[in-house]
Design a protein around this ligand. Structure first.
Ligand SMILES: [Zn+2]
Length: 206
């Protein structure tokens, strides 16, 4: 997610989200499938070779910005990252996750809980750990703990320290993970982060 001032909203960019990104899991809640369909119908992707991120959501213009010349573009897990950016779009237009006190509280409580088992999680996310390449879990744990527990994928502390930003990132990660990630990731969220999972589901059904 990024904020951009003085942007002019452009309706037609010519680029839609590819269908291959819109492949939900068999247990993805219907409301998530419907919202993903709704927010990927229009031409919401814009190519910007000057963007400071490889992938981002520009909330002022309601567009997903891709910079194919960005050094991280090739490294990013394309489908996961794109689903994450669409989830930002859904959050911004439908929910506003940082406004939900219960969601913020669940993040805080989960932080306290997982920091007590910091070494265990850190080992799993580290090189040769079973979650070493897990995009979603790495970013979720990093955002919850302000990078105390972290893996390959994360957001800078400077960024997630801004009010509401950690909530937005965690919402986007959980949404995208429950939509299209593997069983290990979904099971991890449900069993290791149960309060956060419940709080997410409550926001979803608000
Ligand atoms: Zn994000």
């Amino acid at each position: 997610m990024r904020r951009k001032k003085n942007g002019v909203r452009k309706r037609k960019t010519g680029i839609k989200v590819p269908d291959e990104v819109k492949v939900p899991r068999s247990d993805t809640p219907q409301i998530m499938i419907d919202l993903m369909d709704q927010y990927t119908r229009d031409e919401c992707i814009k190519i910007d070779e000057l963007s400071e991120y490889a992938f981002s959501y520009d909330l002022d213009n309601d567009l997903i910005i891709i910079n194919p010349r960005h050094p991280q573009y090739e490294e990013e897990n394309y489908k996961h990252v794109l689903a994450h950016e669409i989830a930002h779009r859904i959050d911004h237009n439908e929910y506003g996750s940082p406004m939900y006190v219960e969601f913020a509280e669940a993040i805080k409580n989960t932080e306290n809980k997982i920091l007590q088992k910091k070494e265990k999680y850190q080992r799993r996310l580290a090189v040769n750990g079973d979650l070493e390449y897990n995009y979603f879990i790495s970013d979720i744990m990093s955002c919850i703990t302000d990078n105390v527990i972290t893996g390959v994928y994360r957001h800078e502390s400077q960024y997630i320290g801004k009010p509401g930003y950690a909530e937005s990132e965690i919402f986007a990660d959980i949404y995208a993970a429950l939509y299209q990630s593997d069983d290990i990731t979904v099971e991890f969220i449900k069993s290791e982060l149960p309060e956060l999972y419940e709080a997410f589901m409550k926001v979803l059904k608000r």
